[in-house]
Design a protein around this ligand. Structure first.
Ligand code: SF4
Ligand code: SF4
Length: 299
């Protein structure tokens, strides 16, 4: 888990009150997500579009889609009842930077009402380089980028296509562009002093050993945390990875990889994969107490 450990002071100061990073803070502060970003600009083989982006969620869980205005009402309703609320994250159900208009409009609506709330976004990084300045204009301490490869050949096993600058790319071209944009994102965020956490989905037989190289590459570009998440198998994923389906890693395989990575970018192990409309203290899910019908009934 992430205590200050060997973390530099300037990093620690930005995350010590953040429930997702600090073992201590997650007992005192709460975070919530609003599901304002339904569209995505890439296809991951492990994604089932019916559900939330696997960046921060489990298959089988569908978020309530909402407009930025509805999202702001919901955030205010939660803040009134959960005074520990310190962070608002936008993590899907698609990609927060592809759906950037909705993401930034949500920030504008929320910061009018709750100027002290911190924001974070989670993204695959493809569109991110175009929005670095806009992100820096808001109360953002950090960004999460999901990076599953730094070798486009491996990328072809994970990403059948991307949609970039109005064009669809497939095969090696798609993975090359995605890889370059992800590395560009890390460098640009570092230059703005925005902390970057990298999430990787561990896919046995596809990128499991390769994540050591990913760890070195992201560390070299300043990422402060590398969070390796297990692929969560779902019957629906089998159709993408092949007829027999793709299994997720065992607990022992996951731990073995995390141990190997421990000398690299600080690993965060207490992270829960939370859904795109999660509400509450980490490990707690109050989302069903704050559905739009209940909020509308109150305001
Ligand atoms: Fe699905 Fe997220 Fe991948 Fe987009 S980035 S395809 S929403 S898992
Ligand atoms: Fe932000 Fe990720 Fe925590 Fe959600 S889980 S609040 S996106 S750091």
């Amino acid at each position: 888990s992430a205590g200050q450990g060997e973390m530099p002071e300037h990093v620690w100061n930005k995350i010590k009150d953040h429930p997702c990073y600090s073992e201590e803070a997650h007992h005192y502060f709460a975070r919530m997500h609003v599901a304002v970003a339904p569209a995505c600009n890439i296809q991951c083989n492990y994604c089932n579009r019916k559900y939330d982006c696997s960046n921060e969620s489990r298959p089988g869980v569908t978020s309530e889609r909402m407009t930025p205005e509805q999202a702001a009402l919901k955030v205010v309703a939660v803040a009134n009842k959960v005074p520990q609320l310190s962070v608002l994250g936008i993590a899907g159900p698609g990609d927060s930077m592809f759906d950037w208009r909705k993401t930034f409009e949500t920030f504008r609506q929320v910061e009018k009402r709750l100027p002290d709330l911190k924001f974070c976004v989670s993204t695959n990084g493809l569109a991110l380089p175009d929005h670095i300045d806009a992100l820096a204009d808001h109360n953002i301490d950090h960004v999460t980028v999901t990076i599953n490869m730094v070798d486009p050949e491996i990328g072809t096993l994970i990403y059948p296509w991307i949609y970039h600058n109005g064009k669809r790319y497939t095969g090696l071209d798609a993975s090359k562009i995605l890889h370059e944009r992800q590395m560009e994102s890390l460098e640009a965020l570092a230059s703005k002093n925005i902390l970057v956490k990298v999430n990787s989905v561990m896919i046995p037989g596809v990128n499991d050993q390769h994540l050591l190289e990913v760890n070195a590459a992201i560390k070299a570009r300043g990422a402060f945390l590398h969070n390796v998440m297990p692929l969560i198998s779902d019957a629906a994923h089998g159709t993408h990875f092949g007829l027999t389906g793709q299994r997720g890693p065992s607990a022992a395989e996951l731990k073995d990889l995390q141990d190997k990575l421990a000398g690299g970018a600080n690993l965060m192990r207490h992270c829960r994969q939370c859904r795109a409309d999660a509400v509450g203290m980490l490990g707690e899910d109050l989302s069903q107490d704050f559905t739009m019908d209940k909020i509308d009934a109150e305001v």
